[in-house]
Design a protein around this ligand. Structure first.
Ligand code: CTP
Ligand code: MG
Length: 227
């Protein structure tokens, strides 16, 4: 199933504690966001890539897009204060299409097989998101005192990509904007409309580069893939 991908890249990466947007940090000499873009550049089902960027970082990002031959990048939108604003800016810019995938530019290790499953499920179901089963025991606590041990059989850690039909995600994003609703992922915008969302099992390697230790893990993943 063909799709257009929207990549929010307009954050500041505060938790990474670097002196710049974490996406511009390099792993073995290549910026993190370039690894993410390359996955989609190489996927024949990806028709177009749109990026949400900060105005002041746009030319640096454009230079890298050119340098690494990322010819599927078709446009840029100016990111907003919240991730949801950045995604909405992109959704307002892209031409209508069948399926839209939203993917954090900070998740460079997404598997192509998961992407194609998500696109197919979104086409069939309307909405499909990547997730992995929770590995640890989960407890709810109040001030550090356990209130409850939660049954983890039904718990998933949710990632991106999150895939939708164009009609559903544009409608859900507009509706959330009008209602002043802020979610922590795109699926929440669809869930609040009462629409079903399918989870597609992803991999634990699809980690978001968030804190400095993630860079160590990221390098290890790249090394293991080289062998
Ligand atoms: N993002 C965005 N616009 C924002 C905030 C985040 O486009 N206003 C993007 C980030 O660039 C990243 C993705 O959304 O690719 C996931 O967000 P997160 O990992 O939280 O990145 P940051 O917001 O940059 O990091 P932090 O929360 O630590 O500041
Ligand atoms: Mg953030």
């Amino acid at each position: 199933m063909n799709y257009t991908v929207v990549l929010p890249a307009a954050g500041s990466g505060k938790r990474m504690k670097a002196d710049k947007n974490k996406l511009l940090l390099e792993l073995f000499g290549k910026p993190i966001f370039v690894y993410t873009l390359e996955v989609f550049q190489q996927d024949p089902s990806c028709e177009a890539i749109w990026l949400a960027v900060k105005e002041e970082e746009r030319s640096m990002i454009e230079q890298n897009v050119k340098k690494y031959g990322l010819t599927k990048v078709q446009g840029y939108a100016t990111g907003g204060a919240e991730r949801q604003d950045s995604v909405r800016a992109c959704l307002e810019s892209i031409p209508p299409c069948d399926v839209v995938l939203v993917h954090d530019a900070a998740r460079p290790f997404i598997e192509p097989l998961v992407i194609s499953r998500l696109a197919a499920e979104a086409h069939a179901m309307g909405a499909a998101i990547a997730g992995v089963p929770v590995k640890d025991t989960i407890k709810k606590a109040d001030n550090g005192i356990i209130m409850e041990t939660v049954d983890r059989d039904q718990l998933w850690m949710i990632q991106t990509p999150q895939a939708f039909t164009y009609e559903l995600i544009t409608h859900a994003a507009q509706s959330a904007f009008e209602d002043g609703f802020l979610g922590t992922d795109e699926a929440m915008l669809v869930e609040r409309l009462g629409q079903p969302v399918q989870i597609v099992e992803s991999t634990y390697e699809n980690v978001k580069m968030t804190t400095p230790d993630d860079l160590v893990y990221g390098k290890a993943i790249l090394e293991s893939r080289r062998q």
